[in-house]
Design a protein around this ligand. Structure first.
Ligand code: ADP
Ligand code: MG
Length: 261
């Protein structure tokens, strides 16, 4: 946190006044392969609008591939993905990506742009907004993630946690109906994880539909509406946090949890 200055704003609470209306998500029998290698095998899950689904499972189980299919960074072989009942597989990928935001483990910020520059760029290029309008919205979104005093810093002058919150603000600025998070705290120093998780928990209360791939079992237990356990390309078990963590049914989930906790 030294490069970024005041460590006390790392987990600072800020309001999220933007009203967000998340979409209902239905994934039906999704299959995906890299060549002959089947990565997803009949994955189905449903998420009600405005809920948080946490996806857990061992490395290589297909979690990232599932998220990538949801915004068409990867194309499934068969099955369907619907947002509010509308199949996304017939949509143009660039139109879909205005509706589905994604945040990655590596923040993927443009290093030569400031925090606000990164958010503005997305608004101008994806939504075609004017310079003035994109600046106004970018300021609002950055303030909401607790970065009002860091807007003119470049990524290198921000902590990892602050960079990740810029990436979240950038995705939020496009008003997605669905937000995807792929191990977004895995690259962070331990003391910076909490601020990002707190932001995600607050986002989850704002009406957004979220699918969160995470190794943070305490976060999943505390904020998830449902937890989905994947192994070898399949959904092995899905249920409430209490059911998954306190009463796991399958030996594979029992073994996974005993190794994680
Ligand atoms: P997870 O996110 O759960 O660790 P991934 O979805 O990244 O799993 O990967 C699932 C499987 O697909 C892994 O066995 C991985 O090696 C394989 N895989 C991922 N991306 C590619 C790719 N571009 N080409 C070939 N195989 C891949
Ligand atoms: Mg992954």
């Amino acid at each position: 946190e030294t490069a970024a200055g005041n460590p006390s704003d790392e987990g600072k609470e800020a309001g999220l006044p933007m009203a967000i209306r998340g979409a209902r998500l239905d994934i039906v029998g999704l299959d995906m392969a890299y060549g002959d290698f089947k990565v997803l095998r009949g994955v189905s899950l449903q998420a009600e609008a405005g809920t948080i689904t946490c996806v857990i499972g061992p490395s290589g189980s297909g979690k990232s591939t599932l998220l990538r299919c949801l915004n068409r960074l990867a194309e499934p072989v068969s099955g369907d993905i619907r947002l509010d009942g509308q199949s996304v597989l017939g949509m143009k990928p660039d139109l879909l990506r205005r509706r589905v935001g994604m945040v990655f483990q590596q923040f993927n910020l443009f290093p030569d742009h400031t925090a606000i520059g990164n958010v503005e760029l997305a608004l101008r290029e994806v939504q075609g907004l004017s310079t003035a309008e994109s600046r106004r919205i970018a300021e609002e979104r950055l303030a909401e993630v607790g970065l009002a005093t860091r807007m003119n810093h470049r990524p290198i002058d921000l902590s990892g946690g602050q960079q990740q919150r810029v990436a979240i603000a950038r995705a939020l600025a496009l008003k997605p109906e669905l937000m995807l998070f792929d191990e977004v705290t895995s690259a962070l120093d331990p003391e910076l994880v909490k601020g990002v998780l707190n932001l995600m928990a607050r986002l989850g209360k704002s009406g957004m539909t979220m699918v969160v791939v995470t190794h943070e079992m305490n976060f999943a237990r505390r904020v998830a509406d449902q937890v989905v356990f994947m192994d070898e390309g399949r959904v092995v078990e899905a249920g409430s946090p209490d059911a998954i963590f306190d009463n796991p049914q399958s030996p594979r989930l029992q073994r996974f949890l005993s190794e994680m906790l």
